[in-house]
Design a protein around this ligand. Structure first.
Ligand code: HEM
Ligand SMILES: *[C@@H]1O[C@H](CO)[C@@H](O)[C@H](O)[C@H]1NC(C)=O
Length: 330
């Protein structure tokens, strides 16, 4: 028989552990992980993001999306960075990533500088997590601490991308399910979708809404007609030219703000997966709340980014510290 006092003590220990977990104290990753082993790690990554952004603002959006595509497929293990080989088609060569994913050279440059100063210490997965944070920050969003200590995976399969990443044709239920599969609430899904306030899209990701929507309408009736007309000029029917791209939040495509939600309110969400958030009472009220409350959205967004950055991470002695982010160590 457990003595009541012991039981109380045990419950206390359990609740303290739960509290610590919620505070991230017991999470496997740690803020400042490289403080003693490679003090310049985060500075070097930020410096490379800054240099790349000065040349081409779009890399910031590219790196935020790259982190998302890394984390949702096999966890944040830099599997998205691995190059295909004659015997394996890697994630980056799946149609969802190629040719749209960008920013790989920023990671490569940061990695070579880090290998020069702290050989074998800083993982590619952490470099990507830092670079995504720096990209949010440099586009005028909030800065935030990134818990680190991720290790790099040794597997990257193109076939795993389609099953783990949401499609731009998804409706609200499919999006909710896709994020629930990774442990995110519907509200967090709406919050993270706000990343579409920066960057661009290829015409092929939404041209179905312009030309071959469904049996009744060639054009998606939920898309603002003026905006649709402009998109049709930018994206001629039948064109699969990969150089055809449009900004996602045309009024401020390089600023992390709540423009995404304001676009949706105006029926100018670019993808079905954006505009569909207005079709459900709960997600519509989140869209409206975020649109008028940038500070609240910013807080929720960085919290959700930190949470996303912890998905199925490899730590301790699992995985490896890749020497070249594109290649598994031999
Ligand atoms: C909710 C489900 C989501 C869907 C269906 C989706 C789909 C897409 C698609 C189709 C593109 C355009 C790719 C192209 O054609 O160039 C895109 C771009 C982008 N996505 Fe998402 N996405 C989703 C969620 C997210 C999340 C959670 C993030 C990050 C937290 C994110 C960040 C981005 C960024 C920043 C871009 C612009 C990339 C660039 O400019 O290179 N997306 N997304
Ligand atoms: C086409 O889409 C519209 C608007 O979403 C809908 O009302 C209509 O029933 C759809 N038609 C078909 C054939 O699915």
């Amino acid at each position: 028989m457990t003595h009541p006092k012991n039981l109380a003590d045990q419950l206390c220990v359990v609740s303290v552990l739960i509290l610590f977990c919620q505070m991230g104290v017991l999470s496997q990753l740690q803020v400042g992980f490289y403080a003693n082993s490679c003090g310049l790690a985060e500075f070097i990554v930020k410096d490379e993001v800054r240099a790349a952004f000065a040349k081409e603002k779009g890399v910031a959006a590219g790196l935020v999306r790259m982190h998302f595509h890394d984390c949702f497929v096999r966890g944040c293990d830099a599997s998205v960075l691995i190059d295909s080989t004659p015997s394996n088609t890697a994630e980056k060569d799946s149609p969802v990533n190629n040719p749209s994913l960008r920013g790989f050279e920023v990671i490569d440059n940061a990695k070579s500088r880090l290998e020069a100063v702290c050989k074998g210490i800083v993982s590619c997965a952490d470099i990507l997590a830092f670079a995504a944070r720096d990209s949010v920050e440099i586009t005028g969003g909030l800065g935030y601490d990134v818990p680190a200590g991720r290790r790099d995976g040794k597997i990257s399969l193109s076939s795993e991308t389609l099953t783990n990443l949401p499609s731009p044709t998804f409706n609200v239920n499919q999006l909710t399910q896709s994020f629930a599969n990774k442990g995110f609430s519907q509200d967090e899904m709406v919050t993270l979708s706000g990343a579409h306030t920066i960057g661009r899209s290829h015409c092929t990701s939404f041209s179905n809404r312009l030309y071959n929507f469904n049996g009744t309408n060639s054009q998606d009736p939920s898309l603002d007609a003026t905006y649709a007309a402009r998109l049709k000029q930018q994206c001629p029917q039948g064109s699969t030219d990969p150089s055809l791209v449009v900004p996602m939040n045309p009024s401020s495509p390089s600023t992390t703000d709540v423009g995404y939600y304001i676009d949706i309110q105006a029926n100018r969400g670019l993808f079905t997966s954006d505009q569909t958030l207005l079709t459900n009472p709960a997600t519509a009220s989140q869209v409206n709340l975020n649109a008028r409350n940038p500070i609240l959205w910013g807080r929720k967004f960085v919290a959700a980014m930190v949470k996303m950055g912890q998905l199925d991470v490899l730590t301790g002695t699992s995985g490896e510290i890749r020497t070249n982010c594109r290649v598994i160590n031999s």
